[in-house]
Each structure stands twice: as C-alpha cells, then as structure tokens.
Design a protein around this ligand. Structure first.
Ligand code: FE2
Length: 385
C-alpha cells in the first residue's frame, strides 16, 4: 500500500489554544453547541476558552473527565450526561483517554442508546454510522497521537476485551498541540508518553500497511523523540516542546498504518496489571524488533534513528530511560504473576494489531517475549544474555 490520507488541520505552537474560537466559528458559522471535555478545570481559564464562552450564538457545556483507560461503562455515563445537549462540536482537552472518549461521543450523538449493552453491540458491529458532531483535539500529554487518528480505544473489562471505535469520517477537524499545556506533565508520565510515541513511529515502519509518507514521518518522529529523551529526563523545557512535535509526527505516521505486535501484546498488561500504556509498549520494542528483524525495511537506519547500533543496545537504552524516570522496568516489579504469562500471551493476540505485524505471532512466541521482560535484570546480566 502506498496511499496516505489524513485530513486533520494541525497547529503546533505555543499559545495555539487561542485559535479555538475561530475554529469553532468555522464549524458553526450560524452558532451552535460545544461540549468541552477536559482533564481538568484549569484549561477553562485559558484565553482561548474564555473567548469561546463569549462568542455569540454558542452554547457551552463543560465536563471534567479524569479517567485513564476509559471503559465502555464510563463512555456510556458521559454519553448519558451530554446526549440531551447533543453538541455540534466536541473539544477534547487531555491525554489519549479524554480524546478517545471525546471522539467516540461524536459517533454516538443523535442515536438513541438506551443501555451499555446497546452501546457494546453498536461498537462491536460498527453500526454507529456517520458522526453527527465534529471534534477538536487538544492534547495535554505528548504521546498518544490520538488527536490525529480516527480510532478510539474503549476498554470493556466485564467482557475482558479492548474495543476500537473507528471511522474514517471521524478524524478531528483540528489538532492543537500547544507545548505550554504539555509542560505541566509529571516526569514519569512525560517519559511513558514519549516512549508510546516512539513505539507508534517504530511500529509504523514495519507495519504491513507501511508506506513512504508514513515512514518519512516515522523516522523524523523517532529521531525527534529519542534525541531529546536525555533532555526530557534532565528537565529541559525545549525537550518537552520536541516531544510534542515528535508525538504529532508519530501520530500522523501510524494514523495510516496502525500499530503492531508491541501494542497488541501490551493491552492485557495494561488492562490486568495497570502498567501504563507507554511503559508496557516500550518494554516490548526490543523483543519485537528481534522477532521482526528480517522483515524490517531499513532496519539499520531505524536503529540509527533510535540512537543505537543493535537490538541489545536498544533494550538497554529503553531500560535505562525507564529507570531514570523511576518507572519499574520488569513485569515482576509491576506485580505480574509468572503463572499468568501464558494467559497474558493468549490475550496478547489483539485483532487488527497482531495481524498487522510483518511476522506471524503465536501464543508460544509471545510467552517467550513476556518471559524475556519478566525479571528485573542488571545491565551485566542483560549483556551476557
Ligand atoms: Fe500507543
């Protein structure tokens, strides 16, 4: 496949939240209703949102949503709370979880959904149809790239499933990556998010749907993220700006390729053990690189973009980054039980991700990879492994 499509208007500069009123006016020239779904209340005081509230003909509903890894039940609760307001525009301000809920809502408004069961069936059968509302993504973390993708991850723990609500008609109208918002992230979240962005870019290079445009974006994203990682760890402000840029580039890259084995295998680790998404995928980058090596175009160039010479150095680099941010870097430290590795491996074959990996995944192969990241190892043990 060599086609690439992404219609999101992107803004990447300090103070770009000030563009929000003009974007809403473009979407609602005759006036309309706007839901602001935000991670916290502080954003309502930003100049762009204050001016939005003063726009004639615009009615606002503000809602705080502070959930990570949103579930179907939580999505349904927000839908119920806002369905009568039925906004024309949703502005989602937060990390990937807030954006995933915001973009999902756009597909749900205007439909009568009476229960969680109906919502589950609608997502499973992809029967939600064209979105009624448009959305604008304003990321406050630098990693998920959700502001430029057309799918949303909704967890369904009662069914032990991860669901994807996706529609090519549901790309954001605009993505506003304002580095001033991203600077407020705590270090461990900033590092985990940056590693998620790195994984999006790396996986898009070897995904079955990789293409020249996505690879160009991905290589630029990998270099941007990894060359500023030490700066991020030492608190440099410009490194946070770079992560904002790298995350957006990685998001654009994988918006057309999707992710592969690392993400596929990571989902049950997050769902059952609460390992932060970016941390879980980063632990799998080196093992999956080894698995895919023979099928990676420009593998040497990709390693160079990552700032390493081989898979062993890549593994070391990831673990050093995690430890420097005080993030546990083994499944054992995250409380994973060794006897659970087999079932985690079987649940790691996520549809749409596992089958997008260039090398076929098997439960045995995944179990071996999980075993390789299970125990806490010293650098010497790793070097002699
Ligand atoms: Fe991710």
């Amino acid at each position: 496949m060599n086609d690439f499509y992404n219609p999101v208007h992107t803004f990447l500069e300090k103070g770009s939240t000030g563009r929000i009123p003009e974007l809403v006016k473009e979407l609602c020239p005759e006036g309309g209703s706007v839901l602001i779904l935000s991670w916290n209340a502080a954003v309502f005081e930003l100049a762009g949102f204050l001016r939005l509230a003063e726009l004639p003909g615009i009615s606002l509903q503000k809602l705080i949503f502070q959930v990570s890894n949103p579930t179907l039940e939580q999505l349904f609760a927000v839908y119920r709370e806002t369905a009568d307001f039925c906004p024309d525009v949703v502005i989602a301000v937060g990390g990937g979880s807030v954006m995933d809920v915001g973009k999902s809502l756009c597909c749900l408004y205007g439909k009568k959904i009476a229960s969680e069961e109906e919502l589950r069936a609608m997502i499973r059968e992809k029967s939600f149809g064209a979105p009624r509302a448009k959305w604008i993504g304003v990321p406050t973390t630098a990693g998920t790239g959700s502001e430029v993708t057309c799918w949303a991850t909704i967890w369904d723990p009662s069914q032990d499933a991860k669901r994807s609500l996706e529609s090519k008609q549901n790309y954001a109208y605009a993505a506003i990556a304002d580095p001033d918002l991203i600077r407020r992230m705590p270090l461990s979240l900033a590092v985990s998010s940056a590693l998620d962005a790195m994984a999006h870019a790396v996986e898009s290079c070897w995904a079955k749907n990789t293409n020249p445009v996505s690879r160009a974006l991905a290589f630029c994203a990998v270099r941007t993220v990894m060359s500023h990682m030490d700066g991020l760890l030492s608190g440099e402000e410009q490194a946070r700006d770079a992560m904002s840029r790298g995350s957006l580039l990685a998001g654009l890259a994988f918006s057309n390729t999707r992710t592969t084995a690392c993400h596929s295998i990571s989902y049950p680790l997050t769902m059952h053990y609460g390992i932060p998404h970016g941390t879980a995928v980063s632990l799998l980058i080196a093992p999956v690189f080894r698995l895919n090596r023979g099928r990676i175009r420009e593998a040497e160039e990709l390693l160079a973009a990552l700032g390493v010479r081989n898979e062993r150095e890549l593994e070391e680099r990831i673990h050093r980054i995690l430890r420097a941010a005080a993030i546990p870097d083994s499944l054992e430290e995250w409380g994973v039980k060794r006897e659970d590795l087999r079932i985690l491996a079987e649940h790691g074959m996520t549809k749409g991700r596992a089958d997008n990996n260039p090398v076929e995944l098997t439960a045995d192969g995944i179990e071996r990879m999980l075993e390789s990241i299970y125990a806490c190892k010293t650098e010497r043990e790793r070097a002699s492994a």
